[in-house]
Design a protein around this ligand. Structure first.
Ligand code: BGC
Length: 260
């Protein structure tokens, strides 16, 4: 079973066809810049350009960096506010003339990590956190996603957690890795107090630099690991979401497994 995954981010829009049995990309991913301003119409036409470039006629899954319920967005913390309350599924389906599904970006990355990456086979509570422009979250219990958790917006010292602890905040405030790791440590302790996960997976660009911050975390009881799929997780998870009949990720639960 194959689907195209499209990962819509603040600076780039990446896409590739994905083989859902293996989680591998079937062709080299294509990346185009996110139009500025990132209005829905402008972004939709870039998504259509990408699907056309693969000569695709099958299902398409797209990520969005905000809450998505039934294809409609409810928030847009880091993109143009024209996205709020929009039927993105209909917009992208019209632009691409294909069947499209839409999923929160962190939820997509988490789904991919649970099926093929750092969370593969892990039962109990798993929390995936992505550190980029914002902080995204994906919560799993025995491999099942609780969608749209938005833990990047819990308040720490009266401020949105993502304003203090995102990768963007590290760059904008010129924080040393040491200082940023302290902020991440404080944030993870809050999350641990709320959820007591067995495993915390750290995703986003920083997952490639985990040696800069993982050794500085102190007193977190959960196992904390970097994401294994790095930048491909969003694409793969979006493609998984496009095929709800695909149940391969339930591998984590043992017997109900089937990878068509
Ligand atoms: C948004 C989340 C998103 C995260 C990462 C946050 O600001 O509210 O929905 O997952 O950024 O992009």
């Amino acid at each position: 079973m194959h689907a195209i995954g499209v990962d819509i981010g603040g600076s780039g829009i990446k896409a590739a066809p994905v083989d859902l049995a293996s989680g591998k990309l079937l062709a080299e991913r294509q990346k185009l810049s996110t139009p500025q301003p990132s209005t829905p119409k402008a972004v939709a036409s870039v998504v259509a350009e990408l699907t056309r470039s693969f000569n695709w006629s099958g299902p398409v899954g797209a990520t969005f960096p905000g809450v998505v319920v039934d294809g409609t967005t409810r928030t847009a913390a880091n993109v143009d506010h024209a996205w709020i309350g929009l039927d993105v599924r209909a917009l992208l389906a019209e632009a691409t003339r294909l069947d499209v599904s839409v999923v929160n970006d962190a939820d997509a990355a988490g789904m991919a990590e649970m099926a093929f990456g750092a969370g593969e086979g892990v039962t109990g509570t798993v929390l995936m956190l992505t550190f980029g422009t914002g902080v995204g979250s994906a919560l799993f219990t025995d491999g099942t996603l609780v969608p749209n958790t938005e833990f990047g917006h819990i308040q720490i010292h009266g401020t949105d957690a993502e304003k203090r602890a995102s990768e963007h905040a590290r760059e904008r405030h010129g924080l040393s890795w040491h200082k940023w790791a302290n902020r991440m440590d404080e944030y993870l302790k809050h999350m641990e107090a709320l959820l007591s996960p067995q495993l915390i997976i750290i995703g986003g660009g920083v997952s490639r630099k985990s040696d800069k911050f993982l050794p500085r975390l102190n007193g977190i009881r959960a196992r904390v690991v970097p994401a294994a799929m790095h930048n491909d997780a969003g694409i793969v998870g979006a493609a998984m979401h496009a095929c709800p009949q695909w149940t391969g990720y339930k591998r984590t639960r043992g017997s109900e497994t089937s990878v068509p």
